[in-house]
Design a protein around this ligand. Structure first.
Ligand SMILES: O=C(O)CCC(=O)C(=O)O
Ligand SMILES: [Fe+2]
Length: 362
């Protein structure tokens, strides 16, 4: 976001309370321009939040929808799907709020931090992706249903009950992200939602809000269960909840040809990124008679993150090219970082041999 007048960014920006679109920095521009001129300019295009129908918000239904069977699948496969998760009216109301945020210009361009090959951290934008974090009170106050979803703990308790995961309740242990993908090829490259310390995410819950999604629209999420032969592709269907392990399921989003809406709830865990999740220890048995058991263990363990960029090198690169476009700012840095990671792997003979064997096995 930048000031409509002086183009300044990074300043505390004030928003016209009527159209909610125009933004001005809090200093001179606000005094000179907003008060005197903008009121006439904005033409009172006041946006109001309207729900398409009546609905009831009832988070106690989460306990019926998140069954022991769903949680067993989640723990076994690393992901689970619940279609028609909310009542239709409730899902429509959430979509209306996401669209309201989008039209009110309250969603910001996606910003992703990325470790550069030289050790510094770069920031880049994923083209066509707009987001808002509900930790931001300015956003939250505009959208009561999203606010309530952010503050409820039933999702966390329902999941913790049957998975026995030590999920952290409260808004401290949760992030709710609103995402609008404008289409035009908007997508996400291969990644883990929890790439390592200090990240705390344990479970990712995606709620898709796309009533008219049809094959050909793109924007499917693609999972790469570690060492599985084929990826799993899921359409972002209206009111579909997809839950998966934030620290042990590599995934990407395919380019979207149509606009697409998605809520993401990340639930933190008390015991993520423990030493056994971040350091690989190998025995001779793992590589010999224990190989099958070893690969099964890797498929479920977050330690796979140390190997995945090598094992899935082509997928990482292809998804990066599709997401960023070769000409986009940040693309070269990301490719360099990817290659530097692979070079480090190659230098470690034992690790390189393991990656090669896993690639062949896969
Ligand atoms: O939009 C989606 O389907 C998932 C987005 C995603 O992977 C993320 O935000 O980490
Ligand atoms: Fe993700």
């Amino acid at each position: 976001m930048k000031c409509f007048r002086c183009d300044q960014t990074g300043e505390t920006l004030l928003r016209c309370s009527r159209c909610r679109v125009a933004t001005y920095c809090s200093r001179k521009c606000q005094v000179e321009h907003w008060k005197k001129q903008h009121k006439a300019e904005c033409g009172k295009q006041q946006l109001s939040l309207k729900y398409p129908g009546v609905f009831e918000r009832d988070t106690s239904t989460f306990y019926d929808r998140i069954t022991p069977d769903v949680c067993a699948k989640l723990m076994e496969n690393g992901y689970a799907i619940i279609d028609n998760f909310l009542s239709e009216g409730w899902a429509n109301a959430l979509l209306a709020e996401v669209q309201f945020l989008q039209h009110a210009n309250l969603l910001e361009k996606n910003k992703t931090q990325f470790p550069k090959a030289n050790g510094t951290v770069a920031q880049f934008e994923k083209p066509n992706i707009y987001e808002a974090d509900l930790h931001n009170a300015t956003v939250r106050q505009q959208v009561p249903e999203l606010d309530a979803l952010f503050h409820q703990d039933d999702l966390c308790y329902a999941l913790a009950t049957h998975t026995k995961l030590d999920l952290i309740p409260g808004t401290q242990g949760k992030t709710l992200k609103v995402q609008y993908n404008a289409g035009f090829g908007g997508c996400f490259p291969c990644h883990y939602d929890n790439p390592g310390r200090p990240n705390k995410r344990k479970l990712t819950c995606l709620l898709y809000l796309n009533p008219s999604w049809a094959p050909g629209d793109g924007g499917e999420i693609q999972f790469y269960p570690f060492l599985a032969r084929e990826p799993i592709t899921l359409a972002p269907l209206m009111n579909r909840l997809v839950i998966f392990s934030s620290d042990s399921l590599l995934h990407r989003v395919l380019p979207a040809a149509q606009p697409r809406h998605c809520l993401t709830i990340w639930l933190d865990g008390a015991s993520v990124n423990l030493p056994e999740h971040t350091q690989l220890s190998l025995t001779a048995c793992d590589l010999n008679e224990g190989w099958e058991a070893f690969t099964k263990r890797l498929a479920k363990s977050p330690v796979q993150r140390l190997l995945s960029r090598g094992v899935y090198a082509e997928e990482y690169l292809k998804s990066l090219i599709e997401c960023m476009g070769k000409a986009k700012e940040g693309f070269d840095d990301m490719v360099q970082s990817h290659n530097a990671h692979l070079e480090r792997l190659h230098k470690n003979q034992l690790l390189f041999a393991l990656v090669e064997r896993l690639r062949a096995y896969r």
